[in-house]
Design a protein around this ligand. Sequence first.
Ligand code: PDD
Length: 286
Amino acid sequence: MSRIAYVNGHYFPHGAASVHIEDRGYQFADGVYEVIAVRGGGLIDSEWHMERLKRSLSELQIDMPMSVAALCVVLRETVRRNRVSTGIVYLQVSRGVARRDHPFPNPAVRPALVVTARRTPPVAAKVIDEGVAVISQPDIRWQRCDIKAIALLPNVLVKQAARSQGAYEAWQVDEAGFVTEGGSTNAWIINNEGILVTRPPENAILNGITRRRLIALAESRGINVEERAFSLAEAKSAREAFLTSTTAFVTPVVQIDGTTLGNGRPGSQTLGLRELYAEFIAEMAS
Ligand code: PDD
């Protein structure tokens, strides 16, 4: 089946879709993005994704390319044209096309919008049954990781370091020894009292939508969540650990830098949280 991409007002065959060479996203990584899960052809937590998109854009003084309602129509239409029932929709907004010069173009140019959608296989059963290994890497990123910017080079490098060491993810660690987040996921531990611990949504991390949703779901079940930084040492001696994202959902972590957590199997509380999240998704998709 041929894929279709939306670019600045038009739908193109995926292979023929392109952006201008002086798009500031291409030249300066001057833009933001969102990845939204698609289940049953519907968008999961699209309101929260739109809220985060608006915030990221306003922090960079880029206008919304269109209203949220119109954007949601484009997202749904791209999903429909690609016949995605289970997968993701990706959207990227850049500041637009202008002669290469660092300051914002004046007068402002029209922001550029690209939307793609594709089917994704469900998270592999092995990943859930056995859990995954993570490695640590120094966090070399800027101080506005709360903006979902397309400037992902440090994230690419830590993810590649993880891959080349046979790990699923890299947990980035700040100068004080505290875990910030993964290359493309949020990091969590569960302490000996069964309390979920994850870093607060300040500038050092992206406030993941899955993270936000899981906090709400956990709290609705009376599970305590502590939003505070945790050190790599604390993570290695935690009872359980896991990571979250739109594509990984809730994925158990069983090894950090070669140190095995607990008995080396996914923790029961983590699996319960994964189930809780899966139930929520199933409800949203129905
Ligand atoms: N990544 N932290 C970072 C750095 C991320 O890139 C992501 C998402 C998350 C989790 O956020 P959410 O729960 O909203 O997906 C945390 C997306 C999926 C990506 O870049 O593909």
